[in-house]
Design a protein around this ligand. Sequence first.
Ligand code: ADP
Ligand code: MG
Length: 347
Amino acid sequence: DHNMILPRIRQLDEGAVNRIAAGEVVERPASAVKELVENALDAQATRIRIDIADGGRTLIRVTDDGHGIDAGDLPLALCRHATSKIDGSDLLNIHSFGFRGEALPSLGAVGRLTISSRAAGSDGAATIHVSGGRIDAVKPAALRGGTVVELCDLFHATPARLKFLKTERSETMAVTDAIKRLAMAEPGVAFTLCDTSQGGDRVLFRADTAASLSDRLTNVLGRDFGANCLPIDAERDGVRLTGQAGLPTFSRGNAVHQYLFVNGRPVRDRMLTGALRGAYMDVLSKNRHAVAALFVTCDPTLVDCNVHPAKTEVRFRDPGLVRGLIVSGLRHALAQAGHRASTTVAD
Ligand code: ADP
Ligand code: MG
């Protein structure tokens, strides 16, 4: 049919591009909190404070004592695909949480974002504000050091997303869970999460600098966890497995107490949870789930964390190796504690 109107192709403007990207990076307040706290960790912060109001919907503020951002770089921090963390030449060798340069521009497209920062060694602080994708000029600010990122009215520009948010209580729980996961992997960093909804500061979670990973795990997950878990330390072909795994008697009716990390990054990965289930197969009934905090550490080139913008999925170059390491490492620890599997350990 030659009378048909031919659709022409056009380039979307940056605001639309950022809102589309935001859909993948920022699902809910907890994902915004995760991105901001990861940025603080990447900036070598040792103290991170997170304030939220209304489950993070009206306010998320992350204050850190990291190295800060040069005033001249503030506009770039809000640009897509602009990052200080990689140079683009080696996408397989990633040592930071961030590398895609997407979080801040995405947050600026779906909320009112203000970044104030004082770069290490600089004699003054500066601030920049973006709302609905419109970026204001950089202004001087008062800040002794570090960075404060404030995100107000998340999703005010995307009402559909706003509508899908759960209750304040469940968004607050998701934020707390995201902070706890990050805190588990960073014992050297002090975290405070406060709810400012009622005017004052209600502390939701707090973790002072811990001397060791196991101290931090006990601090975050409770004394019961520490008392009912076995220390795990196994290695195979350059991949290391550490952390703690619960005794079968300490199992749960759901899998929410399974915390998995790959190179310090909290992940949710089917292969890893499957391996965990496999390790306990003979000592737990089908409807019971092990409690565990497990850390897989390997050369960054052996794992791709660039599978999804949120970076919670990973692909190992040799998944069989990692699976085998988890199954045999956990079964070995369980057997030593007297929980022998009925079948032979598959190595
Ligand atoms: P990415 O983390 O992938 O680099 P972001 O959009 O999250 O992308 O951040 C863009 C840049 O802004 C970072 O590369 C970093 O240089 C800077 N930045 C963001 N947050 C902070 C922070 N809290 N402290 C210091 N620099 C920061
Ligand atoms: Mg980032």
